[in-house]
Design a binder for this molecule. Structure first.
Ligand SMILES: CC(C)(COP(=O)(O)OP(=O)(O)OC[C@H]1O[C@@H](n2cnc3c(N)ncnc32)[C@H](O)[C@@H]1OP(=O)(O)O)[C@@H](O)C(=O)NCCC(=O)NCCS
Length: 359
């Protein structure tokens, strides 16, 4: 006998908004400025080499006590203000980060409580430098699918906590900060289709492996009690070096330069616009040379403003696109309501691009 379902099998479905858009953005840059001169006290390099090879002039590093959640909160408040909504009106929080020092729980539920948005669904996304664009895509689909009305998307990193200061390949690029966006309903399309994907064949080109065996060995040698509690404890016994970020710089460079321009073009095509329609190009602030190479490939008209926040902010991974967006709007470099192409790419390797209407 074949089993039959009990009912008709018909369920009610949720109805979302017809369209979504970004209602507000906000940013937080830690106070401490790290100059190239300071970096050169850790590595054998020069201000000239760092500027030429990466475009970074200064970067911000968080204070020792400043956490990913602290920075996320500081970026979220101005984003909510620009959006004109209160935290209580949020229906979900998505935090893109790879530097929250707990494997679990996620940073997002704590952020929800801090903001006064207790009880909302809240989770983290691990998509490295593409995390913000992944978050915008998820939030847009949540708003349109009816599972949320207003979603707070945060890109936040404390990369200094996983950086080996003495590594010539990473220490001059990586930095800390947070950027936020509030995504909500819209009468007209405000977030174009996302072009996203991954390349697991290059899985190891940017990676942070937690060397727990080495950490516990060193921990045991110290006059410590108990077990290390989270990754912040890796400072103890100098064990942090066992768990810092490693990057195959040239491989990542080539991948980004050759693969990301076609992804950007697809995002333009899917949004039904051409490069000439753009008011801004806001790529992940990985490296100024990558940005320049992508511009050449994309054949972007010369008069379109391009985010170059990396010069003063460094590479803040998931935070870099919302931070650059916030700066361009604040400094009047791009019009509110204008069209921006944003593209994130990084460890995974993963990438995501979409055209958005600026808040
Ligand atoms: C990191 C990066 C700047 C290194 O540049 P590179 O040209 O690949 O550097 P290499 O490791 O091949 O070394 C080239 C030369 O520079 C030297 N060098 C490397 N790091 C240096 C540093 N920090 N300062 C001075 N010289 C350095 C090397 O010793 C080498 O010298 P040699 O030719 O005399 O042997 C580059 O690979 C890069 O930008 N990659 C992408 C990184 C990135 O954006 N990541 C984020 C993606 S999300």
């Amino acid at each position: 006998m074949t089993l039959q379902p009990k009912g008709t099998g018909q369920l009610a479905s949720s109805d979302g908004a017809r369209h979504s858009r970004i209602h507000g953005v906000g940013g937080y840059r830690p106070e401490r400025v790290i100059t190239n001169e300071e970096v050169c006290t850790w590595i054998d390099s020069s201000d000239e080499w760092i500027r030429q090879r990466s475009g970074v002039v200064t970067r911000r590093w968080a204070a020792e006590h400043e956490s990913v959640v602290d920075m996320a909160e500081a970026a979220a408040r101005p984003a909510l203000e620009m959006a004109g909504i209160s935290a209580a009106q949020l229906s979900a929080i998505v935090v893109a980060t790879v530097t929250h020092p707990f494997q679990t729980p996620a940073a997002a539920p704590l952020l929800a409580t801090r903001l006064g948005a207790d009880g909302v669904p809240a989770f983290d996304v691990s998509a490295a430098c593409a995390g913000y664009c992944y978050g915008i895509s998820l939030a847009s689909d949540m708003v349109r699918g009816g599972s949320a009305e207003y979603v707070l998307v945060i890109g936040v990193e404390k990369l200094s906590s996983i950086t080996d200061k003495h590594d010539r390949g990473t220490s001059f690029i990586l930095a800390d900060g947070a950027g936020a966006a509030v995504v909500g309903p819209s009468d007209t399309p405000g977030i174009g289709p996302t072009v996203w994907g991954s390349d697991g064949t290059n899985w190891e080109t940017i990676s942070q492996r937690v060397g727990w065996d080495e950490i516990l060995r060193r921990w045991d040698q110290e006059e410590t009690t108990g077990q290390p509690q989270d990754w912040s404890d890796l400072e103890v016994a100098g064990a942090r070096e066992a768990s810092t970020l490693k990057m195959a710089g040239q491989t990542v460079f080539r991948w980004a330069v050759w693969s990301m321009a076609p992804v950007c073009q697809q995002a333009l095509d899917k949004a039904g616009i051409t490069a000439a329609d753009l008011d801004a190009f806001i790529p992940h602030q990985a490296n100024m040379r990558i940005i320049d190479a992508m511009l050449k490939q994309l054949k972007l008209p010369d008069d379109i403003p391009v985010a170059r926040d990396i010069a003063e902010t460094g590479n803040t991974s998931a935070a870099s696109i919302p931070l650059a967006t916030e700066r361009m709007l604040r400094e009047g470099e791009v019009p509110r309501g204008g069209l921006a192409l944003q593209v994130g790419f990084g460890a995974g390797l993963v990438f995501a691009a979409q055209v958005v209407v600026l808040p």
